[in-house]
Write a protein that binds this ligand. Sequence first.
Ligand code: NAI
Length: 350
Amino acid sequence: MKLSREELKGLMKNKLMQAGLHEGDAETTSEILTWAHERGYYSHGAVRVEYYSERIYKGGITTEPNIVWNQTGPCSGILDGDNGIGFTVAKMGMEKAIEMAKENGVAIVGMANLSHSGSIGYYTEMAAKEGLLAISFCQSDPMAVPYGGAEPYYGTNPISFAAPTADDRDVVFDMATTVQAWGKILDKRSKHQEIPADWAVDEDGAPVTDPNKVNALNPIAGAKGYGLMMMVDVFSGILLGVPFGGHVSSMYHDLSEGRRLGQMHIVIDPERFVGAEKFKETMSACIDEIGQIKPAPGFDKVNYPGERSVARMKKAYESGGIDVVDELVDYLKSDKIWIKSYDHLNRFAE
Ligand code: NAI
């Protein structure tokens, strides 16, 4: 079914409020979920509402959190989210970081004790829209093997970078550090198709092509992706004093408990380096040049990071709205907080 932006956002906001979230938090959360969904990050869009709603209802997301800002230096601080809804905490953290970077040139803001904050490109794009550069990374629950290991230890620990240009084409790079999300394995299972051998491993840590035998996901690019996912955990976990690595809480076990996740935003004012205008103009020139590169066989064009997501969004709205599966719309319109309970499912929420 095709929905307008307002329809989808409104349905998600209502459901989150039905589950117990206050209006301001439901507004922020539904806005960021819509941002992801309309860009084609369906894994971090409307499909997540049921999980958040169940967790909110069961008390694992604090609806009246005591969020405390502790400025630890002119350019640094920690926002303690008190296990409030991750979207609000991560957005507040980026607002603080933007304010500090405008004042002092650079800001490093850690967020401790938050719940899942969705697509993290939303937060780095906030900085780009203010003419600043940003990096964000966060922890997620253990489901990937460290390179050479047979047991999961790290999460899909995403990283996002964003940079402004002299026009409205913000460059937003936003990725998980695993080759594929778990959702893609489920998709292959449902279609009875094999998966490429580099996606995942079985119980012995051996490459697996049968999606039913997957025990853990692989980091991107072997040891290099493993190094990245580890450093995400160092900066957004160990540095902030929240549970690290294999101690990070599961998304789907005991939805009445707070998750105590960590996230880190780093924001830089280009004015303190090459100069803001020069930076933005050079960025525009750079992505223009990239767009002129001769495409390889099978490609129409070389895209900059984030370009295809924005194009996908524009196309969806031009063709009558964003696609949302009917079942999901039925759930959002129903009076049920959740239909299929996620509580106590295994780490992959099967
Ligand atoms: P993806 O694989 O769809 O895209 C990764 C990046 O590559 C994007 O920046 C995209 O713009 C760029 N890209 C893709 N194809 C391209 C092409 N042909 N040319 C140029 N650039 C291209 O993203 P992934 O890894 O599946 O992540 C999806 C979302 O999941 C992200 O928003 C991420 O933040 C979120 N996530 C959140 C987690 C959490 O715990 N909060 C955990 C893991 C992921």
